[in-house]
Design a protein around this ligand. Structure first.
Ligand SMILES: [Zn+2]
Ligand SMILES: [Zn+2]
Length: 315
């Protein structure tokens, strides 16, 4: 399910509504295009309804991790997959709910900015551990027989933090969305001591979508990872807050109705076992194919779809 975010336009400050995986942002008020950088680690807050006698400074935010994407895992002799779309508490506490449930989908969440007031409780469980809890819970509900899982990888569209606003009143911690009691102060004391305020580095960052080569406007879909300059026929990818060129080639077709699908061509380094050539790959995976000399001169690369694809079709 999609999560919508209420965000202010980085150019004119107008309020705009985005999907959580939106990268290319066009403001309807100032017409400026901006590109949101860094998709991992965004921080959001659920909207709070504080009682009138309390100040925003008294808000206490509990951290939840949001995972959205696919899990691929090796179980016995098969590679399997699952879709994951969940939130999990980042604290070892029995008081707070383990998940935010449907709240992030049901309300507009806001990015944490440096002016967001309140105390942010520090995550007390490592992200990897929180994620393996989430994965294990899914296994419990969907797999009847417990087999050996050798490896599990999360291919995430989203890994972000959503904070649940709370406040303290009469030694009880209240959920500031529903105004219900969460638990007694004494049971949450160790977490309430470890907090920090919002940081400038948590704010979403944007760069303008101008082609570094010719000054033309870069274009793409709202969730594109690579933008295109139609003026100088170049492709650009964000890297360390700058657009860097992406080399591209096309397999030309004479068919005028042809559709062109993008693929990433990925080269890589390995540690331990050397996998440089296609011949190395054949030997490593024990393929029933004679590792001929020509395979040893053929560089090993991966070709991966550069468009969203259903995990089953991907496998
Ligand atoms: Zn604007
Ligand atoms: Zn250009």
């Amino acid at each position: 399910m999609d999560v919508t975010i209420e965000q202010s336009c980085p150019s004119c400050g107008a309020s705009i509504v985005l999907n959580e995986d939106d990268k290319l942002v066009q403001c309807a008020f100032c017409d400026v295009h901006n590109y949101k950088i860094g998709s991992v680690g965004s921080r959001y807050v659920l909207p709070a309804k504080l009682p009138d006698h309390l100040e925003e400074d008294q808000l206490i935010f509990a951290p939840y991790l949001r995972f959205k994407g696919s899990i691929f895992y090796v179980q016995d002799d098969e590679v399997k997959h699952k879709i994951v779309d969940t939130t999990r508490l980042g604290l070892d506490s029995q008081q707070l709910p383990v998940s935010l449930g449907l709240r992030p989908q049901a309300m507009k969440i806001k990015p944490v900015v440096s002016s967001t007031r309140g105390a942010f409780i520090l995550q007390s469980i490592p992200t990897k551990t929180v994620f393996s809890y989430a994965a294990r819970i899914m296994d419990l509900f969907s797999e009847r027989n417990k087999n050996n899982t050798y490896h599990r990888a999360f291919i995430g569209e989203t890994l972000s933090r959503i904070y649940q606003p709370c406040y303290m009143q009469d030694d009880q911690l209240y959920d500031a969305v529903s105004n219900r009691v969460v638990g007694h102060r004494s049971k949450l004391e160790k977490h309430l001591h470890k907090t920090c305020s919002s940081k400038v580095s948590w704010e979403p960052q944007f760069i303008t979508t101008i082609c570094p080569r010719c000054g033309g406007l870069l274009s793409g879909e709202r969730d594109s990872m690579v933008l295109q300059c139609r003026n100088c026929e170049s492709l650009w990818q964000e890297h360390k807050q700058k657009f860097i060129p992406v080399d591209w080639k096309v397999v030309a077709s004479n068919d005028r109705g042809a559709r062109y699908l993008p693929f990433w061509r990925i080269t890589f380094d390995t540690t331990g076992y050397v996998l440089k050539s296609f011949g190395d790959f054949l030997r490593f995976t024990n393929q029933p194919l004679v590792a001929m000399l020509k395979y040893d001169t053929q560089a090993l690369v991966f070709w991966i779809p550069a468009f969203k694809i259903n995990p089953k079709a991907f496998l």
